[in-house]
Design a protein. Structure first.
Length: 390
């Protein structure tokens, strides 16, 4: 048995035989990564011409050489073949001269609640199996967000299918319920965008990336993602039409009598109108985006892959109505699991992404994380020492 590169058709044909696999290991994702200047390889475990397992690898620069990553490991019709794949992959990495090999398994290690408390006990069997085939656990060199995130926030929509929107809304915390009701009152809209709107889409993701301290994707990345994943993805945006929303607020104000009893409500509406009028003057255009996202649809799970929002409009609940509408769309497709994807895995209140997702009341899947193999430890040490001298 050996690891070798295969064609896109061979790779796709094998994946089509499997019942479940991540979009992160598809040939479509390989094309997306290449559009962002990544080298990729579609790899297979071969046994006398028969494909037994497949995996998508991408390469990055590493101490004057290269490292190879598998974002979600390998997939096979027979689970044991995945571990044979990882074993033979060490030989392949050594033959190709890679200084580091990183494998993340698409396997659940533990289920915890959204506050970080254990729901289901840890399953350490994956660590033993990977140790048996020659890998070590994460030595601290692989961030939790590299590849498939180590901690993923999940919302189970099964009890709200097919269209129990009111029950879904009630399942959120009070803050989210209030924000979504306000968004509906303001008349904020959520819609699917077209490919020619991706430049503006990237404006939001770029600001968010800078705010949260990570790199954004290139415009080619988004365009390629849009084309490659086609009907299995939606690029959504929430937006405000200022004139429409101001009109709605004024109509509400007109319907409320000017009495002491209604004073607080009227003041609130007047403040909303003033805020929207100020935003409208600054925007110099009638409609502006507030928040956006990429949804990736699978048969049993939908993933909120990435998205963004503008700090300037954080007083408007665009991000909340976007998540609510995303869940409604998922329910209409009768898919039970919504995966909000990555969080830091820190539960001391410092993770702002987690705090936002907690508004929708879910739980967390902790994945096995990264496994590492160093094909040339001595060469790597030399490269590290050389860099220190430089």
């Amino acid at each position: 048995m050996i690891i070798k590169e295969i064609s896109r058709k061979e790779y796709d044909d094998y994946l089509a035989r499997l019942r479940n696999y991540s979009f992160l290991q598809t040939s479509q994702m390989a094309e997306v990564l290449k559009s962002n200047n990544r080298k990729t390889k579609l790899l297979a475990l071969h046994d006398e011409g028969e494909i037994l397992a497949v995996g998508l690898a991408f390469m990055r620069k590493f101490y004057g050489g290269e490292r190879m990553d598998l974002m979600v490991g390998a997939s096979s019709e027979v689970k044991e073949n995945e571990y044979i794949f990882y074993d033979k992959l060490k030989d392949y990495a050594k033959e190709e001269g890679y200084l580091k090999l990183v494998v993340k398994l698409d396997s659940d290690y533990q289920e915890i609640d959204q506050e970080g408390e254990e729901i289901l006990a840890e399953d350490g069997s994956f660590f033993e199996k990977m140790k048996e085939v020659g890998y070590i656990g994460n030595d601290g060199s692989v961030p939790t967000f590299d590849g498939s995130p180590d901690y993923q926030f999940i919302k189970n929509l099964g009890e709200f299918l097919p269209d129990k929107d009111e029950e879904l809304l009630k399942s959120f915390n009070k803050n989210a319920q209030r924000k979504i009701k306000k968004a509906l009152e303001l008349g904020l809209k959520v819609r699917k965008i077209s490919k020619d709107e991706l430049e503006e889409f990237r404006t939001l993701t770029s600001e968010t990336a800078e705010r949260q301290g990570f790199g954004d994707k290139s415009i080619n990345y988004y365009r390629t993602f849009f084309d490659e994943f086609g009907p299995s993805t939606e690029f959504l945006t929430s937006e405000i039409d200022f004139a429409y929303s101001i009109g709605k607020m004024r109509d509400l104000l007109d319907k409320i009598g000017d009495t002491p009893k209604n004073k607080q409500r009227r003041e609130s509406l007047e403040n909303d109108i003033k805020m929207l009028e100020d935003f409208e003057k600054e925007a110099n255009k009638p409609v502006v985006p507030l928040a956006n996202m990429i949804l990736v649809y699978g048969e049993k799970e939908v993933i909120y892959f990435l998205g963004g929002s503008l700090t300037k409009y954080q007083k408007l609940p665009g991000a909340f109505i976007l998540q609510y509408e995303a869940m409604r769309r998922i329910m209409q497709r009768n898919i039970p699991i919504y995966n909000f994807f990555g969080i830091d895995g820190v539960f001391d209140g410092s993770d702002g992404v987690l705090r936002f997702k907690q508004n929708f009341n879910g739980y967390i899947l902790r994945k096995t994380g990264a496994f590492i193999y160093y094909p040339y430890p001595e060469e790597l040490e030399k490269a590290r020492n050389s860099k220190k001298k430089d």
